[in-house]
Design a protein around this ligand. Structure first.
Ligand code: MLT
Length: 406
């Protein structure tokens, strides 16, 4: 008799963004004439840069010719892309090509990395948090039971306006610490000094930091690190995740990468140090056949002069939307955070409304979709996330509707 992984029974009924999509689809079905503006899931709307299109077209032609055709590529990614990543993202940060692992998404990497760790590891998460870190650890049996809005074995590190969205070091020492900065969902950042506190803490306690830097290109302020490896010592304790999704519009094309430095070690049951780079390589070679050549050629073109210019234009476009959202909320005296170094704006719900109630109100009265803070964790209650990834026209209209209806 086939038995299921019992841990799945500890998950919430559905993934946050699936729940929202279902609610929105139901509302649309009942109200077919309403034009809904979606500022919920952080999905981009601008087309991919022309530089990427050209490179991918060329790559398709190569695939069509027997002399240039390519079958399976290296599981870790083609050298041309890994080299471009090292030269452009990690210049002078001491990252080697064989520490770069190209993948089909930072979401997948963040989810898959848990394969490397024992079920007994203690996990610390900021709260609110990108749900993938939590749910994948629930699936792996590290979370325990869900009691009073929390998993009993998870260490929750609140990010609220009271602590300026800066997580405090936990009382209980975790083995694995997830940090995402610029933060999803709050849109807030840590400066170098604040991030150093975590690197030092991880070193002292032999913990590993999973650093999700998917939104690093949206950073506009000085002293905010774009990579955790800007912090001294981070190469010994941190794995970093980055993506082409939000920068080059690859949410549908799929390309990202994980940096697993050779110095990052975890321990076996005999307390022997084991390098995670080797383990991750082993895992990827077994379970993954790499990202398509065409996609990787497209990703490489992100680093051409033309690609860089176009990516910058896209980011500026989205950050202008973030400004529109922030100004709109300010005009309504709604407290808001983020939106300066990140495409996410995190607002305090008016009159302390519950975040799902605010979601329903916004959907019904303004026909605007956002993401309820509570969906990201208990400390997200009373907050709400809007994304700047819509079109400018829709963003302006959404703010006008919020202004009129809220
Ligand atoms: C989000 O809305 O939080 C993101 O789109 C999630 C993701 O990138 O998977």
């Amino acid at each position: 008799m086939a038995k299921i992984n019992e841990n799945f029974k500890d998950l919430k009924e559905s993934y946050l963004f699936s729940t929202i999509a279902k609610k929105v689809a139901e509302f649309q079905k009942e109200n077919p004439d309403k034009k809904i503006i979606k500022l919920g899931i952080g999905d981009v709307t601008r087309p991919i840069p022309k530089a990427c299109v050209k490179a991918m077209e060329k790559a398709i032609q190569e695939m069509a010719n027997s002399t240039t055709f390519k079958g399976y590529g290296p599981e870790q990614g083609y050298e041309f892309l890994r080299k471009a990543i090292v030269e452009n993202e990690y210049k002078n940060l001491g990252i080697d090509i064989d520490e770069v692992f190209v993948s089909d998404g930072a979401k997948c990497d963040c989810g898959n990395i848990v394969d490397l760790f024992s079920e007994n590891n203690k996990i610390a998460l900021t709260d609110p948090v990108y749900p993938v870190y939590l749910d994948t650890n629930v699936m792996a049996g590290r979370a325990g039971k869900y009691i009073d809005n929390k998993y009993e074995k998870i260490i929750y590190m609140p990010l609220t306006k009271e602590n300026n969205f800066i997580p405090s070091l936990p009382e209980e020492v975790p083995d694995i610490i997830y940090l995402c900065f610029p933060n999803n969902p709050t849109g807030t950042v840590l400066n170098k000094e604040q991030l150093k506190v975590w690197v030092d803490y991880a070193k002292e306690n032999h913990s590993i930091i999973m650093f999700d830097a998917a939104y690093c290109e949206f950073i506009s302020e000085k002293d905010v690190p774009k990579s955790i490896y800007e912090i001294e010592g981070a190469k010994e304790v941190a794995i970093e995740f980055k993506s082409f999704s939000k920068t080059a519009g690859f949410t549908g094309i799929r390309c990202a990468y994980a940096i697993v430095p050779k110095e990052v070690m975890a321990y076996d049951k005999n307390n022997e140090k084991i390098g995670l780079n080797k383990l991750w390589n082993r895992r990827q070679c077994t379970k993954f056949n790499g990202v398509s050549y065409i996609t990787q050629k497209g990703a490489e073109a992100v680093y051409t002069d033309e690609g860089k210019r176009e990516v910058r234009e896209n980011i500026d476009y989205y950050m202008n939307n973030a400004k529109i959202i922030l100004e709109g909320l300010k005009a309504k005296n709604i407290e808001a955070y983020g939106g300066v170094n990140s495409p996410y704006v995190w607002l305090k719900t008016p009159e302390n409304m519950k975040s799902w109630d605010f979601f329903d109100k916004l959907l019904k009265e303004a026909n605007v979709v956002g993401t309820p803070g509570e969906g990201f964790g208990p400390s997200g209650e009373g907050y709400f996330r809007l994304t700047a990834f819509g079109s400018k026209e829709n963003t302006i209209e959404a703010m006008e509707r919020i202004n009129k209806n809220m």
